[in-house]
Design a protein around this ligand. Sequence first.
Ligand SMILES: Nc1nc2c(c(=O)[nH]1)N[C@H]1C(S)=C(S)[C@@H](COP(=O)(O)OP(=O)(O)OC[C@H]3O[C@@H](n4cnc5c(=O)[nH]c(N)nc54)[C@H](O)[C@@H]3O)O[C@H]1N2
Ligand SMILES: Nc1nc2c(c(=O)[nH]1)N[C@H]1C(S)=C(S)[C@@H](COP(=O)(O)OP(=O)(O)OC[C@H]3O[C@@H](n4cnc5c(=O)[nH]c(N)nc54)[C@H](O)[C@@H]3O)O[C@H]1N2
Ligand code: SF4
Ligand SMILES: [Mo]
Length: 870
Amino acid sequence: MTQAIRTTCAYCGVGCGISATPTGPRSVTIKGDEAHPANGGRLCSKGTHLGETVGLQGRLLHPMIGDKRASWGKALDMVAKRFRETIERYGPDSVAFYVSGQLMTEDYYVANKLMKGFIGSSNIDTNSRLCMSSAVAGHNRAFGEDVVPASYDDLEEADLIVLVGSNTAWCHPIVYQRIQAARAARGTKLVVIDPRRTETCEGADLHLPVKPGTDVALMNGLLAWCDQEGIADPAYMAEHVNAPEGFWEHIRTGHDLWSTAKTCDIAPALLEQFFRLFAATPRTVTMFSQGINQSIRGTDQVNAIVNVHLATGRIGKPGAAPFSITGQPNAMGGREVGGLASTLASHMDFAPENVERVGRFWAAPKMATKPGLKAVDLFRAINEGRVKALWVMATNPAVSLPDANRVREALEACPFVVVSDIIADTDTSAYADVRLPAAGWGEKDGTVTNSDRTISRQRPFLALPGEAKPDWWIVTEVARRMGWRNAFAYDRPADIWREHARLTAYQNDGQRVLNLRSHATIGNDAYETMEPFRWGGDKPFADGRFSTPEGKARLVLTKQLELQEPLKAWPLTLNTGRYRDQWHTMTRTGLAPKLARHREEPLVEVHPQDAQALGIADGDLARVSTAQGNSLFRASVSEGQRVGEIFTPIHWTDQISTGGRTGLLPRPLVDPHSGQPGFKATPAALEKVSTEWKGFLILRGEQPAKVPCLWATRITVTGGALYEVAGNGDAVRLEACLPKGDRVEAIDQTRGTRRVAIIAEGKLAGILIVTKTGLLPSRDWLIGQLQVEEVGASVLAARGPGNQPDKGPTICVCFDIGLNQIMAAIREQNLVDVPAIGKAIGAGTNCGSCRPALANILTQIPQETLHAAE
Ligand SMILES: Nc1nc2c(c(=O)[nH]1)N[C@H]1C(S)=C(S)[C@@H](COP(=O)(O)OP(=O)(O)OC[C@H]3O[C@@H](n4cnc5c(=O)[nH]c(N)nc54)[C@H](O)[C@@H]3O)O[C@H]1N2
Ligand SMILES: Nc1nc2c(c(=O)[nH]1)N[C@H]1C(S)=C(S)[C@@H](COP(=O)(O)OP(=O)(O)OC[C@H]3O[C@@H](n4cnc5c(=O)[nH]c(N)nc54)[C@H](O)[C@@H]3O)O[C@H]1N2
Ligand code: SF4
Ligand SMILES: [Mo]
């Protein structure tokens, strides 16, 4: 029997341990690792279904120069040569790397070393700039070092957890489950501060639907309340905290409850409830993510939160801390090696003594002496011709950067673009001169650090497919070819890990909390069997000593900026974020049929009042436009939105859909301290888009590159793909997408109905169904027909045995249960709570990611209707 391999999840910053048992060359059984401190065996819907994503569909398996396959030798030589020539001609700052929190620490370390010590530029930035650079800047300002002063254990020790700008139930589901378990065990209170009513709010004690961008006012108001109520801790502050001139005068002026409630557009009574709860609860954890970080005032928002904790002494103690939760699996590892343009290495900045120290350690021929270009500026510099060679690793900037259409122009204009990715065709790799096939999750080998500083191993359990190679190897080979053979003479990730550990300890007499001294001499075997461990201890700053020169933490004076009045052309505010079952640009989760059905299409969520004013009904197509561009979405009318605000998801790309591309909409405006873009509030407009016909297309196996109509979204299903389509003019052109085979058709010109099925070797190979006025048949039933051996012409009628109404959006992924089925069970069986639903139909009893959704569905079915059904 094959042995289970212990590794770490490919996705979010919770960093769950996984036990993976290979069952074939490209198949694996996934279970939670019971011994891992982050998850204790639990996994969410995405982690549970990782096994569906290890196939080779779409993989980049060979180096490519343009559209031609090339040998590794040739591709690497070319990358090294073009970078070297560009540097010789235009200087080190004319080249750049744009990397990712999805690299291993070892990959990150060598890329950072190459750029900052050998090329001699700091033009290496990362998608983490878009993700948590405001938290980094906030930590540095407050603590003198980027240390997250909390661990997951604090969630179990707290009496109050405040989630600010975090849709934890969807984005950090296992942390959310730990919070729910703590609530059940010890009655921990939960407050959610988010303009939207997300599933995270389900069952929370309070939800504050804050006006976007007013978190500084909210936190300053909270601090003013604490000060007035005598909750601030003068003794702690006298010993451990410095306040800038005028700090308290500022807090004590204009931050009363009423003014705060007005600025934040929250009912004063609700706000007071929160303030009272906070004041009364010393053991408070305030956890925050993108609602705070992704703002043009993100760093101040972070510091406004940290201020409250410092001033009340709620830090470094059990269950009391500000807690920045990270997004990507190794966002933290990137911070540790210093892989941001604004940091040098190992938690050191560009102070001359640090440059000298790191230079000596690396025996560097050409040290960078100043920060480099941050992501948004980097792509601007490319557009302006200042940066002429770019290497993108493990990120998809043509989708994920703000004002992404300008980013595409930059990629187009850049004389030399290298993309290392696991997938052959992405929106970014379309611009690559050279594509390098990287090892993906399950193949790569290294370490990652999760949100609470726990370092875990990612271990390979699949062979490298085709000619794919790990990212550290690729970078090292280029470095060697650029002339630095000895400095990059690594044979394995453990070699790099030891060097990184030595650098953290190098001339570190306690100035830096990050110190991996005990790993500096770790053997290869010990690296293989390394258990998860947390650097910095369980409670950093427990002794009240911070990493500033004076040893004290710093309060930072933060002012709420005036919000712009809505503009006439752009009357709405666009907020953007994530779906429960998709990961970023869907290159991995998009392969899993089960994960595809929770949200099949990119939706624009809009409040009923706005929808009505715009004549938009639920399910209509609608165009979102901003000054940067526009994209189509399917409208979802939702009470969870605030009036005047709309929300779109970040996941859809040109590879999957003709619309739903959110990244092109936000402005390229950034926070002045961190350079993080403000993704959560863009002035926008919304309009209804009518089409003459709508329908769907189901295809087995191979799929066309483009489905030629206004709206076409691909949804991965078992055995093929479903496309939701809508458009104008003659729908006959869609037939070009159908494969070859025997054709059966039913076309009704008067009703505008077109049904065409292709049967090949007895099996359904493709079916197109469009209508101008009529109803559409069950997609689920037709998708099921892909599995049937002998289908007949009757498939066109879509009226076979067992043909039930569609299940609706998948709520429970593990048992494949849809909304319509859950509603029916609740009504028919009088189910009153989440456990009852689980008992009756199983939903929510495996990974648990859908429990908040089940609770929400229960609230939508009036209880009277249940009793009436009795
Ligand atoms: N399912 C899933 N999970 C993921 C990811 C994924 O792609 N899919 N990605 C991972 C990554 S990299 C990241 S960074 C994290 C992100 O995790 P989260 O930060 O939880 O996710 P988001 O959906 O980006 O945004 C969080 C919330 O901020 C709210 N918000 C917007 N504006 C404001 C504001 O002004 N004030 C406040 N208080 N709130 C506001 C939004 O309404 C939204 O609900 O998720 C990680 N986990
Ligand atoms: N509007 C808006 N935009 C946003 C956000 C938002 O909330 N709103 N959130 C931002 C945030 S927080 C983030 S983190 C970014 C995420 O945005 P991206 O980083 O652009 O998204 P991913 O899809 O994760 O891109 C990872 C790429 O790396 C590839 N890959 C996966 N594993 C490996 C590997 O091991 N090696 C290599 N070389 N490649 C690999 C994948 O196939 C994929 O193409 O989006 C940001 N953009
Ligand atoms: S919470 Fe889910 S996505 Fe995040 S690490 Fe755990 S299993 Fe993976
Ligand atoms: Mo992120």
